[in-house]
Design a protein around this ligand. Sequence first.
Ligand code: COA
Length: 331
Amino acid sequence: MQPRFTLEGFGRYVPQRVLTNADLESIVETSDDWITTRTGIKERRIVAPGEACTDLAAHAARAALDNAGRAAGELSHIYVATFTPDTVCPPAACTLQDKLGLKNLACMDIAAACSGFLFALDTAMGAVARKPDSVVLVCASEVVTSRTNWADRATCVLFGDGAGAVVLSNREPKPGQASVRDIIIQSDGALGPLLTVKGGGSAHPYKLGQTVDADHFIEMIGPEIYKNAVRNMTQVCEDILARNALTMNDVDLFIPHQANLRIMEGVAKRLRCPEAKVMITVDRYGNTAAASAPIALADALAEGRVGPGSRVLMTTFGGGFTWAAALLEFA
Ligand SMILES: CC(C)(COP(=O)(O)OP(=O)(O)OC[C@H]1O[C@@H](n2cnc3c(N)ncnc32)[C@H](O)[C@@H]1OP(=O)(O)O)[C@@H](O)C(=O)NCCC(=O)NCCS
């Protein structure tokens, strides 16, 4: 029998502290007008001192478990998509397991930058296909501001912190739950140098006593990323629609990666997706990297933008480059 891939519960968490465009005007030479017109971002959330990736993830995970009506003890796997884990070792998924009071689960991190949530979901579907009694917590959590260079106005205005989570299993979906109908994940390493955090990797190891320099933070060639993001997200959406014999008319809500409003509008326009069908959270959270997709999904549910019978198209894009698309269908 074909396994089902049921999203039983959805959760998200963003830190309390709000950083507005006006706040950024006092940090770098920028303006609310520049940030708003170039990116659509008005404000973003940033962590309190000491608040780390798995603290955000634990909040989102508990919300998703509550929403699913599941106890944490029913989980068999925890996958965390992040490029800003608490520590290089142990993996964030193991730390999160401990914070949820669990032991002996299969826990691992998925590193696919801003595309990570759909990569982790695809990996989780593999676990469910192999062992149908699996109950997988798929979490994406990012403290992007831990890798933000606050002296670089071209990047520091773009990002924010947050976490989202879903619970995936083989159960028959109940009303309000969704099935993953299809998913595509893809990458191109040749384009990796366009978006990097180099410092601390084995090719750029830390040295004792070394001063932290710019390559320990996000560096990017913004306009090149922009073009590739529009091209790849459009293509992967066209591919997933075509292989399911669907068009944008069959999609009720489109959730693109929340990096920049103009990128989202560019993809929507090429897909002939009306503005009213596009989910937008980038104005309030900025780009929360891997967390942006599940946060937007949870917000869409909370706002009543999806309900019984809704079909949702999600697409993500990130460093690597990595990109992905998924089709969800609500029971
Ligand atoms: C970053 C981005 C908003 C820049 O927009 P852009 O229109 O391409 O702007 P440019 O990089 O060409 O810079 C235009 C000018 O604005 C300036 N500028 C850059 N950041 C600025 C800021 N925060 N405030 C004011 N001016 C800024 C630049 O210095 C440049 O000035 P110059 O012409 O005097 O040299 C855009 O390229 C983008 O969104 N790229 C994708 C980035 C992304 O999403 N990354 C994550 C992917 S997951």
